[in-house]
Design a protein around this ligand. Structure first.
Ligand code: NDP
Ligand code: MG
Length: 381
């Protein structure tokens, strides 16, 4: 029986994690969870799984819920995320909260040597060196939930890391993959949220359309698997059937395939090194699919991917600045305050202005994160 703390329980990854826990009550128990402001969903989950500890974003929601559910303990805010992540009964933290707000709780759970199943890629982008160093020091396994990184992790299973020559990350192309950059002028939030292959939270769906999601994933792969940026490639693959590939010194390539379903990588992170059946999982039928397509990435069309490679190669605080600028710009786009094309243009301006500090500590990262968000807000004004 694995005892789980879940950050971001009311989100897309969070709810799919709840599905897996519910489908396998003999394998998993939900001990603690965090939610943001979706209190109706939080109520449903509490009724169903009766977690001992629950954190929400706002104090007043915690108070209301405490009266409704006297047998659970309620907390809130940034401190609440840390309390959930470090609950003493928990052995596995599933971090599916959105954005760099997940960093402090990830580090706190690592310091208690918990296993970390990480979907929250912004944490690895903004402070990858701190997370991986702490994971090594405290012997805390970091297991990828992102489908591409789960695929890479599976393809590397049992291999000597020294024999890996290249990571090849696949990209679906997002909601605007058939449009030129000029055709993106004036696209709406609704158009951008219409992803062809995956149903995900709003922020990552926009990141997929700008290709910043793939940029974040390239950095995530560098952090998790310690590969140089020159040996991490991205290939456009419309069908999202191959979730990523590892190339070895002898030119052999191992790929992980499957019907697009985020529950597969989430469940694998929870059952690793074992596998269990996936309830309602759709088996892959290649004959039915017929053809798989691959195209070279166009870095001019997808400027954000180029920016992410640039930030990754520079390293240090420019990664934090890039990530925070992206989070702030995407949120502004979703609120209807800026155009779609302004997202990567703002990130580019922030990166251009930034003087990077190498090997930043946590305090510096948090300061750059909040300064960058303020700067983006000023630019929008
Ligand atoms: P969602 O937007 O669907 O969910 C985000 C979750 O985080 C919700 O529970 C939300 O609460 C909570 N939350 C948001 N902001 C805060 C905050 N400031 N404080 C506390 N809680 C907060 O996101 P996704 O599930 O799509 O993505 C989560 C993470 O997983 C991201 O890092 C994303 O990049 C990554 N990921 C997602 C994939 C997917 O398929 N969705 C695939 C691979 C990676 P509430 O809704 O209650 O307000
Ligand atoms: Mg992914």
């Amino acid at each position: 029986m694995k005892k789980i703390s879940l950050l971001g329980a009311t989100g897309s990854i969070g709810l799919q994690t709840i599905d897996i826990i519910t489908a396998n009550p003999e394998d998993f128990q939900l001990v603690a969870l965090s939610a943001g402001r979706n209190i109706d969903k939080t109520r449903e989950i509490i009724k169903q799984l009766k977690p001992a500890l629950v954190s929400v974003q706002d104090a007043k929601d915690a108070q209301v819920l405490q009266q409704e559910f006297p047998t659970s303990t309620f907390t809130y805010g940034a401190e609440g995320l840390v309390e959930v992540a470090t609950h003493p009964d928990t052995t596995v933290l599933v971090n599916a909260v959105l954005g760099s707000v997940g960093l402090a709780s990830t580090l706190a759970a690592i310091k208690m040597s918990k296993t970390i199943a990480i979907a929250n890629k912004e944490t690895l982008v903004t402070a990858g060196h701190l997370v991986m160093a702490a994971a090594k020091q405290y012997n805390a396994p970091i297991l990828p939930v992102d489908s591409e990184h789960s695929a890479l992790f599976q393809a590397m299973n049992g291999e000597n890391p020294k024999n890996i020559s290249r990571l090849i990350i696949t990209a679906s192309g997002g909601s605007f993959r058939d449009k030129t950059r000029d055709e993106l002028i004036g696209v709406t939030v609704k158009d951008a949220l219409n992803h062809p292959n995956w149903s995900m939270g709003a922020k990552i769906t926009i990141d997929s359309a700008t290709m910043m999601n793939k940029g974040l994933e390239v950095i995530e792969a560098h952090v998790l698997f310690d590969m140089p940026y020159d040996d991490i490639d991205v290939v456009l693959h419309r069908e999202s059937i191959i979730h990523s590939m590892v190339e070895f010194d002898d030119t052999s390539v191992i790929a992980q395939l499957g019907t697009p379903d985020m529950r597969v990588p989430i469940q694998y992170a929870l059952t690793y090194p074992n596998r269990i059946p996936l309830q309602g999982g759709k088996r892959l039928n290649l004959a039915e699919i017929g053809k798989l397509h691959f195209e070279e990435m166009n870095f001019k069309r997808y400027k954000a991917l180029q920016l992410a490679y640039d930030a990754g190669r520079t390293g240090g605080t420019i990664l934090t600045a890039m990530n925070a600028a992206n989070e702030a710009a995407v949120a502004a786009f979703l609120r209807g305050e800026i155009s779609f094309l302004a997202i990567d243009e703002m990130i580019e301006r922030i990166m251009h202005e930034h003087s990077t500090i190498a090997q930043p500590d946590l305090e510096t990262i948090l300061a750059v994160d909040s300064e960058t968000r303020k700067r983006v807000a000023d630019m929008i004004k």
